[in-house]
Ligand binder design. Sequence first.
Ligand code: G3H
Ligand code: 13P
Ligand code: ZN
Length: 282
Amino acid sequence: MRTKSIEILKKALKENTAVGAFNTANLEISQSIIRAADNLCKPCIIQATTTTMDYTNNSIGEIVKSVIDKESNGASIGFHLDHGHNLHDVIKAIELGVDSAMIDASKMSFQENKEITKKVVEHAHPKGIAVQAELGRVPYLGREKMSVNWEEIMTDPKQAKELVEETGVDALAIAIGNAHGFFRERNEPDWDRLKEIRKLLPETPLILHGASDWEGKKARKAVKLGINCFNIDTDIRIAFCTALCKMAGGKHCEVSDPRKILKVARDEVQSKVEEKIKLFAG
Ligand code: G3H
Ligand code: 13P
Ligand code: ZN
């Protein structure tokens, strides 16, 4: 059932729980995510980056909308643009059918971040589209030096409050020592920082990017202290590729129907997404 991502996030905030926002790249991964949510009857967000929009020549919008319409029954599913870099990305994603968009200006100065976030909010809100901003930086493996100065890049709680109040943004991605992919994360997340941000922004859903390696106790503690959404990409990409490699490179190389191979990868991703949904929902 298509539901606005912001409604899913606000419900999670109210209930002091969290959902997963899972990245899709194709038909099969979209099916895995939606089937997992439906199977568990839990809300979730399916999201695509501009990389995926380009890769699919923009078909990802129709793919996601169609899979939700044709396959989902009870579970609430939101559709979100992950890591839009400018207003143009957001405009394009809205045309493709997202109900929520991220403007990631985390590499810009605080002032520039506020300005571009405000501009995106002013464009998106009249169309009923919610906006997620990022403050502080969540590093990427392979895109920057292997070690970072965490104190320099984590979210400043007072700035977080100022950004939300001045821009009217709906949700905020924060940096508390988390990192994308298998970049080495801070030894211990900065829990006090998370508590402070949650205290200063009691009504704003907080998003944790780079959550593939946030398991068990660490994820549960993050939920308890105020995280409402975990972004997951790497873990499900790996599940998909590993299943494909096993099928294609191993004893199944006689299979000549790609659907037989992709089906196994799709099932593998569904199990992985179900595992995560259960973890975040508690
Ligand atoms: O956080 C963002 C993604 O994991 C990177 O996604 O390779 O689709 O741009 P992309
Ligand atoms: P991971 O690739 O670490 O799961 O992070 C995903 C993410 O943050 C998508 O925005
Ligand atoms: Zn991210």
